[in-house]
Ligand binder design. Structure first.
Ligand code: PLP
Length: 446
């Protein structure tokens, strides 16, 4: 409506005057206004409808404004908006029960945080206290959050400005078949070589000094590159052998994104700690946390855990989690995500790859897919440099938005990450738009 658009224009003015944005040079930044959102759709400041194939920051796993979750938040607000973390609250207890039920056996306790970064910070703190060791191994080409330690754990250029060499973080090369650091030509070779590299890293850094290994089960923002067969099992075996806590970061990959409740379910590995956020309640109210193994938990039975947050287990956030998990179950969203990935997105992306010389690789699972764009299929030179953008990528993104689709993009990749309850018709429409937009990318192929 005209009133909605007028409100949007006023909000945009005020935003530019007073809002300081994440990760931006504030001056040139011209944010998109969203005046309305519902299901798989959002409406921009001109009132244009867009298919949200970004799920925002890959968090609205049940789509926008799911009525059952909106109602649960309203009901909780009418009942108890907030209560300090030291008290019992039924929304918090029930959320913890449901999350522990989703996690593998032997991880029965949940520490709630405000989001993913602080979940990783606390998981590392727990691992350090539990093992009495300080160093942490994490992968290049990863993202673990924006707070001080989390951004250092991160393996992308955003950490450069925040690098803190004293923090005990050591990065290793992950298994990444499309751009193998190890010169591998098959997945089996990649698994074997990446694990040998990791074993060498552990030996050279001194296993007796390594508290934890932190790894995104399926790295998200860094490229949605699932681990090749055997890799995670190998990581589990290596860490176990050396008494190193294996922390699986499921902040983006967890809660149905890959077509399983947790991404680790695809490989049947059991980490010592699991971090989550985003999809746990679709981000309707900020929430994250750490799922804790009985072994780590035992360290804090007689000893105080030195950490806490005013909003740990916030009732509004936990009520949203309970309603989200329930809606996912009742509406078969995980099954839908799996079917969309296996039967619709995967096959259609293969067609797109066959047709467009600018497409170097398509990969993913469930509602979690990446299209990697290149200037040249043989050399695999990316269409935008690592850590940067390019005219070509901007042109492709412009064409996709012009076509009525909001994708998630990073460097030379377009991520196809719709909500888990997306319809087949919406997937087909969005992928047709992306298909046409890739003609633009083909114009940059050398
Ligand atoms: N870990 C992963 C894998 C993520 O994708 C993100 C956010 O994108 C985070 C951690 C950080 O979560 P938050 O932004 O809620 O702090």
């Amino acid at each position: 409506t005209e009133e909605m658009l007028a409100r949007g224009r006023r909000a945009h003015d005020l935003d530019r005057k007073h809002v300081f944005h994440s990760w931006q040079a504030q001056g040139p930044f011209n944010p998109m206004t969203i005046v309305r959102s519902e299901g798989t759709r959002v409406w921009d400041g001109e009132g244009r409808e867009l298919l949200d194939f970004s799920s925002q920051l890959v968090n609205t796993n049940i789509g926008h404004q799911h009525p059952a979750v909106v109602r649960a938040i309203q009901d909780q607000a009418a009942d108890i908006c907030t209560i300090a973390p030291q008290h019992v609250n039924d929304a918090r207890s029930e959320a913890a029960r449901l999350i522990a039920e989703i996690a593998p056996d032997g991880l029965e306790h949940v520490f709630f945080t405000n989001g993913g970064a602080d979940a990783n910070e606390h998981a590392i703190r727990m691992a350090r206290l539990h093992t009495g060791r300080q160093k942490v191994l994490s992968a290049y080409r990863s993202y673990h959050g924006g707070t001080n330690l989390a951004v250092n754990l991160t393996g992308d250029p955003r950490r450069f400005a925040n690098d803190n060499p004293g923090d005990g973080v050591v990065h290793f090369m992950p298994a990444y078949p499309y751009r193998s650091y190890f010169g591998s030509t098959t997945e089996a070779e990649e698994t074997e070589r990446a694990l040998r590299h990791l074993e060498d890293m552990i030996t050279l850094e001194g296993p007796q000094n390594i508290a934890a290994l932190l790894l995104e089960t399926v790295p998200g923002t860094a490229g949605i590159y699932a681990p090749p067969a055997g890799y995670l099992e190998g990581v589990r075996e290596l860490t176990e052998r050396h008494g190193i806590m294996f922390i699986a970061d499921e902040v983006m990959a967890g809660f149905g994104r890959t077509g399983e409740w947790l991404a680790i379910d695809h490989w049947g590995v059991t980490p010592d700690l699991i971090t989550f956020a985003k999809g746990v309640n679709s981000g309707y109210v900020p929430l994250g946390g750490v799922i804790i193994s009985d072994e780590v938990y035992s360290s804090f039975v007689d000893r105080q855990y030195p950490g806490g947050l005013t909003y740990s287990g916030h009732p509004l956030a936990c009520a949203a989690a309970v309603a989200t998990i329930t809606a996912m179950r009742d509406e078969g969203m995980i099954e839908n995500a799996k079917r969309m990935g296996d039967e619709v997105i995967g096959p259609r992306l293969e067609e797109i790859k066959a047709k467009h010389p600018s497409v170097g690789d398509v990969r993913g699972m469930g509602c979690f897919w990446a299209i990697e764009l290149v200037k040249n299929r043989e050399t695999r030179e990316p269409l935008a440099p690592y850590g940067g953008s390019s005219d070509a990528m901007n042109a492709v993104m412009g064409a996709i938005k012009e076509g009525g689709v909001l994708p998630f993009a990073n460097f030379n990749r377009i991520h196809v990450v719709p909500p888990l309850n997306v319809s087949e018709a919406d997937v087909r429409t969005a992928l047709d738009v992306i298909d046409r937009a890739l003609d633009v990318a083909d114009g940059y192929v050398e």
